[in-house]
Design a protein around this ligand. Structure first.
Ligand code: G6P
Length: 595
């Protein structure tokens, strides 16, 4: 949560930082700010709200035209959404500016000490201690460099951080990380560096990337020096080339990333299944040989994991333990070195997932990750990783990454019974169907359903068997983007409580694929229809029970992939009709890097 940027080079820093922050906005958009180093002082601009709404040219007149600067887009944790709490934070002499992503857990004690020394805090944040600490070291230790003062400050911080700091007097930019992400883009021009929380922020400028590890810091002053922040030892690192391009990070002809990313799914499913057969087979064999396999994930990735556990059960008769990553520490007593943990995460930065990995590693568990962001913390902390190859997903909601995850997991299920080729053929066919389901002509009927639903307050979704996780994911999509109260239930749960919520006109979406659940889910649909519910059927065949019908193809074990597509489209249009920004739902952030 929170996106940070730093630029040092020969070009004017402000427009580069603003554009990067606009891309990083998915990490938080309560407020934003930029600080640019000048000859005499640092100039700062801070605004409440989304940077996407800001007119960068107009705002630029308020800030100096220096070539070194930092920026931040905030998801508030400590302190409300105010200008004072927005980053960058400055030292009391105004020379040092700092942006921070993470949480400084001991900030209260640090603040108390600094207050005793006479420092006056302007914000309620945990982050403001950082520039003051650097300043304090510089003031009190004669001859100390900015680099050393920064490193000494790090030694006092407990918690998580990705920090970028600049100092006017030293013409130096420094960054460091511990458990929060930071990547360094190495510019094409000598001496140009762009630091960011995530690669898409600078992909327009460079594809050459250096990944910082925990407890590493980088100092930029003409060139780049990477050192261990604990020992001060110099570390040599090579840059890597990232296989993403700028078009993937732009909206193109689409008004919002969400619809763009929904429309990309034919291609992204094909890319997801384009894996090395041997690697897929080895992982499938490891699942078969393990004494207990856990799928660990959060949010939509958790729903993908849950859905895949049904696929493994159906295809491979294999039991998979699926645990929401935030609950995983409760399972540590069941872990042995024979356990296999498969973590599923688009960003590879979700704090709860990374924590689950830490817990499992202590027990000698082997970690495999299915991840979209190359070089992410999860990828670096796993024994093996499979990349989803979905390209950057910028909308806060997961759409293409969800179907990529399902595709890879389905492939693994087929491989675990020696039917990898059959799985691939099915998924290629699914990709074609998904292309049809996202076609502008096909979505018209779903748009009509969205128009009918747009003023409803509550909406319920049911499914059985492998459609149950789809119902959960469908409800998540609708509620997070349209703010309509939507709940997903297993069809069989209805009579244990939720049916009490049904009254005349209550809309209910019913997943009725052509599988063993069809008869029973249609009975459930009938039970709620008899109590006044308006039934929207998502099925391969229309049925007289349905008041509205959304047709999806019958693709057998891969039904969850096709069935979710119309609901993604529905969610998008519900947001549009209700005047919500589908890319930036309120209170949410794409990467949940705090617990
Ligand atoms: C957030 C996002 C979701 C995402 C979840 C897990 O809640 O808004 O879209 O599914 O995090 O993220 P991950 O990157 O681990 O898949």
């Amino acid at each position: 949560m929170c996106g940070i940027v730093g630029y040092k080079g020969k070009r004017e820093a402000y427009p580069i930082i603003v554009d990067s922050l606009k891309i990083l906005e998915y990490r938080g958009y309560d407020s934003w700010g930029v600080a640019i180093s000048g000859n005499l002082s640092t100039s700062v601009i801070k605004e409440i709200g989304m940077i996407g709404d800001a007119d960068s040219l107009g705002d630029a007149s308020k800030i100096n035209r220096g070539t070194m600067g930092i920026g931040h887009t905030r998801w508030a944790t400590h302190g409300t959404v105010t200008i004072e709490n927005s980053h960058p934070h400055l030292s009391s002499d105004g020379k040092i500016a700092v942006v921070h992503n993470g949480i400084i857990e001991n900030y209260q004690a640090l603040r108390k000490n600094l207050k005793k020394k006479g420092y006056v805090f302007k914000s309620e944040t945990d982050s403001e201690v950082i520039p003051y600490l650097i300043e304090d070291f510089l003031k009190n230790k004669k001859g100390i460099s900015f680099e050393d003062a920064f490193r000494k400050t790090l030694s006092l911080l407990e918690g998580t951080y990705a920090i970028v700091a600049i100092h006017d007097g030293f013409d130096t930019m420094i960054c460091a990380r511990k458990d929060s992400p930071i990547v360094i883009g190495v510019g094409v021009d000598a001496g140009e560096y762009i630091i960011a929380s995530d690669v898409p922020a600078f992909i327009e400028h460079t594809k050459n990337v250096v990944f910082l590890e925990n407890r590493e810091m980088a100092v930029f002053n003409g060139d780049m020096k990477i050192i261990c922040s604990v020992t001060g030892k110099i570390i040599t690192k090579k840059s890597q080339v990232i296989d993403w391009d700028i078009e993937q990070a732009k909206k193109g002809e689409f008004k919002y990333y969400m619809l763009k990313e929904i429309s990309e799914q034919k291609e992204t499913i094909n890319k997801a299944i384009h894996q090395d057969d041997k690697v897929i087979q080895d992982i499938a064999d490891a699942i078969n040989e393990s004494y207990g396999t856990f799928f660990i994930a959060s949010g939509s990735s958790y729903h993908a994991a849950l859905s895949a556990s049904y696929t493994f059960s159906r295809i491979a008769k294999k039991h998979i333990n699926v645990v929401d990553s935030s609950e995983f520490p409760n399972y540590e007593h069941f872990l042995t070195p024979q356990t296999l943990m498969i973590t599923i995460s688009q960003s590879g930065e979700t704090a709860d997932v990374l924590d689950a990995v830490k817990v499992a590693k202590k027990k000698g568990v082997k970690i495999l990750s299915i991840v979209n962001v190359m070089g992410s913390s999860l990828m670096r902390n796993s024994d093996h990783s499979l990349l989803m190859n979905a390209g950057p997903e910028i909308c806060v909601l997961s759409t293409k990454s969800y179907t990529s995850q399902l595709s890879i997991l389905t492939l693994l299920a087929y491989a675990s019974v020696g039917k990898l080729d059959e799985g691939k053929a099915l998924l290629r066919c699914v990709a074609n169907h998904v292309g049809e389901l996202t076609d502008p002509k096909t979505i018209l009927s779903t748009v009509e359903v969205a128009s009918y639903l747009k003023d409803k307050e509550h909406l319920y979704i049911i499914g059985r068997g492998q459609s149950y996780p789809t119902a959960l994911e469908a409800a998540l999509k609708i509620k997070e983007v349209s703010y309509i109260h939507a709940e997903g239930f297993a069809g069989g749960t209805l009579k244990h409580g939720p049916i009490a919520l049904i009254e005349k006109g209550t809309p209910c979406i019913v997943f009725a694929p052509n599988d063993e659940t069809k008869k029973e889910i249609l009975s459930n649909a009938m039970e709620i229809k008899s109590r006044g519910a308006h039934i929207i059927g998502v099925s391969d065949k229309d049925n007289e029970i349905f008041d509205d019908f959304i047709k999806v193809p019958d693709v057998g074990h891969a039904s969850p992939i096709c069935d979710i597509i119309p609901i993604q489209v529905l969610s998008y249009y519900l947001a549009i009709f209700r005047g919500c920004n589908p890319d930036r739902p309120r209170n949410l952030a794409k990467s949940v890097t705090v617990k």
